[in-house]
Structure formats: C-alpha cells, structure tokens
Ligand binder design. Sequence first.
Ligand code: NAI
Length: 303
Amino acid sequence: MRVAVFSAKPYDRRSLDAGNKAFGHELTYYETHLDPLTAPLAAGYPAVSVFVNDDVNAEVMAALAAGGTRLIATRSAGYNQIDLAAAEAHGITVARVPAYSPSAVSEFTVGLMLMLARRIHRGHQRVRQNNFELEGLQGFELHNKTVGILGTGKIGANVARALSGFGCTLLAYDLYPNPSLADVVRYTDMAELFGLADIITLHVPLTPETHHLINAATIAQLKRGMMLVNTSRGGLLDTPAVIEGLKSGQIGYLAIDVYEEEDELFFQDLSDQVVQDDVFARLLTFPNVIVTAHQAFFSHEAL
Ligand code: NAI
C-alpha cells in the first residue's frame, strides 16, 4: 500500500523502514506536519501516517478523502489531533497505537517526580559548575506522600504500581475505575483528590471534557505547594493559570513533557532562534519547573 508518512523524523524512518521489511509497503516520508496547506501531498495515498502535532481537522479530512485516502494511522496512543466525526463522515478509518510504551511513559513520569522532589536537576547543574553547596537543594521524599492519579488506564496504572513501591498513599480518579488496582489505589472524586494530594499526575486523554482540567478554579482547590506532573497532553493545563499558580506558590513544583502550543516548538532544534511564545518562555524561568519535549515515550528506537 502507498503510505504518506507526515512529521517524519530520522528515527521514524529507521523504525518504520525496519518494520516495513516484512510488509513491503511503499512509504513516502514528509518532514512537514499534515495541515490544510500540506494535505495535497497525500493525494493518491490510500493510507496516511500522522503523529501528535499533525492537525487532522475537518478541512484536512475532506482534502484527504478527495485524494483517495481511506486510512489514517496515528503513531500515538492519543488521538485528540484527529476529527473523528469528520473521518466517519468521509468513511475514513482511523487507527492508533493501542498501548504506547506504558512502561516508558510511567517510568519517565516517576523520574520527573523524583527530579523535582529532590531537586536533582538543580544539583546536577551546580556540580557541573564546581558548586558543591547543599543550601537550597533540600528536597522531600515520596514515601508517605499522597499522590493523586487522574486516569488509571495503561500508563496511570503503571504509575500507581510504581509509586506503591515508594510507600505513597494513592488516590485515583477515572471514569472507569481499574479493578486490577483495587489493592493499590483508593478511587475518589476529583474534588477530594485535588484537596488531599501532595502530588498530582495526569494520565487522562485530551478530550472536550478534560481540556483545561487544571485551570484557575481547580488550582484554587489544590493543596498549597503541591507538585503537578503532566506527561499526557498539553491541553489538559490552562498554562497561563498554572504560571499564576507557580508565582503565588499554590503550585510548588511542575513537570511537563507536553505543552498546549508545542506544535510550534517541539521535535525541532530551535537553539539558534528567538522563541516567540512568551508563556512557554516564562515557564522556563522557574527553578521549580522541569520541561521536557515529548521525551517520555522515547525509550527504544526499534519499536
Ligand atoms: P488509556 O486509554 O489506557 O487510559 C486513559 C484513561 O483515562 C482510561 O482509563 C479512561 O477511562 C480515562 N479517562 C478518559 N476520559 C476521562 C475523563 N474525562 N475523566 C477521567 N478519566 C478519564 O491511555 P494510556 O495509554 O494510559 O495513555 C494516557 C494518555 O497519555 C494518552 O491519551 C496520551 O495522551 C498520553 N501519552 C503521552 C505520551 C508522551 O509521550 N508524553 C506517550 C503516550 C501516551
């Protein structure tokens, strides 16, 4: 089958070429995102492969259908970038990765918590400058802390199991509680979780219901000085409200692997350019904030 692969990085080519040896599909790689301007590149391709920052909205879907595309396969677990109603209207099938490295993302999530809690990122920077002073590096232990897990699907469940090993008290909220976690977490409502958790980690997908789940009103309900970790999707946070929460001290620590406006930034080397996104730039100024760029899933090249 002819497949147009958008947002293709060298590591995508390597793993897809390796995986394709057994199938012999005709893969055409495009470095560009899929959006209304680039959709004509897919004309004549029955299948299109996309990633998290491709914008497969209704306009793109119409262009794909007109060009003969019948299948969109996203190289991600989340599918918030794809207008499913438009796909159905055009008879286009959408496929996703059912489980995207749950252990990779959950291990990374716990790593971010440890970095923030023990200020490992700050200690590492100091020692590189021959500064061996401890003042300002005092951290806290995860042991005995209350962690709230929003979303206990594949990734959230792994995080819960890992954190139970640290001796954390685990609260969880999910539309569909996971019976396999009955001995590990206590399910509760979001209000109690927000009020009790020392650490909150987000593992729900981005949907209209979860968009800006963390906003000025919910931030006001959080335990003062808490830690917020988001390795799910940027749109779960109202970032300007989170920045206000950081400035006031309501949020004491923040780690994000995703950012709502990441499509202008992530997956590219902008080190010699002036970043135009002032909200993102402000995030990078906080000593108690760690930002990574979709690194959580990236643990093994040969998928
Ligand atoms: P999953 O589908 O196994 O779990 C999602 C859970 O969220 C389910 O248990 C579901 O019931 C729950 N949920 C859905 N809507 C909800 C709502 N409104 N309120 C409460 N719970 C709700 O997904 P998985 O594999 O655990 O991945 C979770 C998310 O992680 C993905 O949607 C994706 O956005 C993100 N992800 C991020 C990666 C990264 O590189 N940072 C890599 C892979 C996934």
